[in-house]
Design a protein around this ligand. Structure first.
Ligand code: SAH
Ligand code: SF4
Length: 426
C-alpha cells in the first residue's frame, strides 16, 4: 500500500515541476513513506532519518519529509526529535507542493484525515516498476478496529474509490504493457460504490469489471478480511481465468478466544468454513495468511489452536509476526501485553517452522505439474534464468531461452524448495 501511495506522491510532485531521482545524494528533497504497524518498522524509519539528517550537514538546503502512518501518528514529535522539514499524513499528499514552498521558513505539517480523499484523479507515476505488475489502490482507510491495530487511527475512515477511475487506470496500464494488476485495500471485501443505488458496485462486481478489460490482464487483490469474504466473490474468482487463484486470508490466531479479544468478528469455526468454501469453489486456490504470535493473554492452548489451524488451512505461505503493542489501540488500553518477548519469539519460531514445512509440502505437490507463468524478470541468482509467478502466486524459476518480461509461458515444475519452484518451459 505504501508503494502505491509513493507512486501517487510521485505524480503530485512531478506535476508541480519536480524531477524524481532514486539517488539520495542527488536529491534536494527526500521523502520517507512510513509504516506504524509494528514498533520495529518505526525504529527502522528513525534510523534512516538520522542518516538523512547527517546528509544535511553537507547540503544545508536538503529537505526531509516523513509521509504516511508515522507522520499521522507522531506529528510534531518528528520535527522536534528527528528534525524533519515536512510531516504529511496519508490524506494530505496534495498539500506537498505548497508545503515544500514554505519549508525554508517553517516545518510543514499536514495531517488532517479525510472522509472522501481517494486520489482517484491522479495517475500514479510508476517507481521501481518491472513494467509487468502494478498495484492499484481501490479504497483507503479502515474501520474494523482490530484491537491490536493502529491502521484505523493512522489511515482514517474507510472509503471506496470511483470504479470508473480504477478501470481506467487498469486499462491504461494494460496499454502500456502491464500484464497484472493487484487491487489494494485494507479490507477489499467491503469495497462499495453508490451503496443501495441502481448502479451499486461491490467488490465482486469491480473484480469482474477489471477482469473483462482483457483476458491477458491478470487480476489479484489484497487484503480480504475473513468476516466479509463472500461466496459471490469466490464464484467470481472461479469464473474468470485471468482472476488469479490466490487468496490472502489473514487468520491472526486460530483460537476463538483470541479472535474475540482481537475484535476480528469471526470464530475458529467460521474461519474453517471459509477455508472449506474456498476449497470447494476454487479447488486449485493458493492460500496465504498473516499470523500474530503472543497476543495479550495467549495461552499455550491458544497457540496450539493457531498451529492446528495452519495445518487445517495448509497455507502456501504466511507473514508471521510477534505481537507489538501500539499506543492508543484498544488492546493497549484494555489488555496487558503479558507474554514475555522471549516466549513470543519461541511461539513465533514454532509458527515459522511449521509454515516452512507446509510450504515445502505444498510445493512438492506441484512437482510434475504444468503452470502458466507470467514472466516478471531476470532471476536474482542467474542471469540465464527468468522468474515469474503462477496464478497461485508461487514463484517459478526457469531457463530464459527466448522469453521476455511480460510473456506468458507454460512451465513444468521439476524441483522445489520451501520458497521456490524450479521448472522447464514446454
Ligand atoms: N488490513 C489487513 C492487515 C494490514 S496490517 C488485514 O486485516 O488483513 C498487516 C498485518 O500486520 C496484519 O494482518 C497483522 O497480522 C499484522 N499486525 C497488525 N498490527 C500488528 C501488531 N500490533 N503487532 C503485530 N502484528 C500486527
Ligand atoms: Fe488493521 Fe484489522 Fe483494519 Fe486490517 S482489518 S487494517 S488488521 S484494523
Amino acid at each position: 500500500m505504501n508503494a502505491a501511495d509513493s507512486e501517487v506522491v510521485g505524480a503530485i510532485v512531478k506535476q508541480a515541476g519536480y524531477e524524481l531521482t532514486d539517488d539520495v545524494y542527488e536529491a534536494d528533497v527526500i521523502f520517507v513513506n512510513t509504516c506504524s504497524i509494528r514498533e520495529n518498522a518505526e525504529q527502522r524509519v528513525k534510523k534512516r532519518l538520522i542518516e538523512f539528517d547527517s546528509l544535511r550537514k553537507k547540503k544545508s538546503w536538503l529537505k526531509v519529509g516523513v509521509l504516511g502512518c508515522m507522520a499521522e501518528r507522531l506529528q510534531t514529535q518528528l520535527v522536534q526529535e528527528c528534525k524533519v522539514n515536512l510531516v504529511v499524513g496519508p490524506d494530505s499528499y496534495r498539500d506537498i507542493p505548497s508545503l515544500l514552498l514554505q519549508a525554508d521558513n517553517q516545518p510543514g505539517i499536514s495531517v488532517e484525515l479525510s472522509t472522501d480523499e481517494t486520489y482517484s484523479d491522479i495517475n500514479p507515476v510508476k517507481l521501481h516498476s518491472d513494467g509487468v505488475t502494478a498495484f492499484i489502490s481501490i479504497m483507503r482507510g479502515c474501520e474494523n478496529f482490530c484491537s491490536y491495530c493502529v491502521v484505523p487511527y493512522t489511515r482514517g475512515r474507510e472509503r471506496s474509490r470511483d470504479p470508473k477511475t480504477i478501470v481506467d487506470e487498469a486499462k491504461d496500464l494494460f496499454k502500456r504493457g502491464y500484464r497484472e494488476v493487484t487491487l489494494l485495500g485494507q479490507n477489499v471485501n467491503s469495497y462499495i460504490w453508490n451503496k443501495g443505488c441502481e448502479d451499486e458496485v461491490d467488490f465482486a462486481c469491480l473484480m469482474e469489471m477489471v477482469a473483462q478489460i482483457d483476458p491477458l490482464l491478470r487480476v489479484r487483490f489484497s487484503t480480504s478480511h475473513p468476516k466479509d469474504m463472500s461466496q459471490k466473490l469466490l464464484d467470481t474468482i472461479a469464473k474468470y481465468d485471468n482472476i488469479c487463484k490466490f487468496i490472502h486470508l489473514p487468520l491472526q490466531s486460530g483460537s476463538s478466544r483470541m479472535l474475540k479479544l482481537m475484535n476480528r468478528k469471526y470464530t475458529r469455526e467460521e474461519y474453517m468454513q471459509k477455508i472449506d468454501a474456498i476449497r470447494k469453489t476454487i479447488p486449485d486456490c493458493g492460500l496465504s495468511t498473516d499470523i500474530i504470535a503472543g497476543f495479550c493473554t495467549e495461552t499455550l492452548e491458544d497457540h496450539q489452536d493457531t498451529l492446528s489451524m495452519m495445518r487445517y488451512a495448509a497455507y502456501d505461505s504466511a507473514f508471521m509476526f510477534n505481537y507489538s503493542q501500539r499506543s492508543n489501540t484498544l488492546a493497549a488500553k484494555k489488555y496487558e501485553d503479558d507474554i514475555p518477548y522471549q516466549e513470543k519469539t519461541r511461539r513465533l519460531e514454532q509458527i515459522i517452522d511449521l509454515q516452512r514445512e507446509l510450504s515445502l509440502e505444498s510445493n512438492k505437490k506441484d512437482v510434475g505439474k504444468v503452470f502458466e507463468v507470467l514472466v516478471e524478470g531476470e532471476s536474482k541468482r542467474k542471469s540465464s534464468q527468468l522468474f515469474g509467478r503462477n496464478s497461485q502466486n508461487k514463484v517459478i524459476i526457469f531457463d530464459r531461452k527466448d522469453f521476455q518480461k511480460g510473456d506468458y509461458v507454460k512451465v513444468r515444475v521439476t524441483d522445489c524448495t520451501s520458497a521456490t519452484l524450479f521448472g522447464e518451459t514446454i
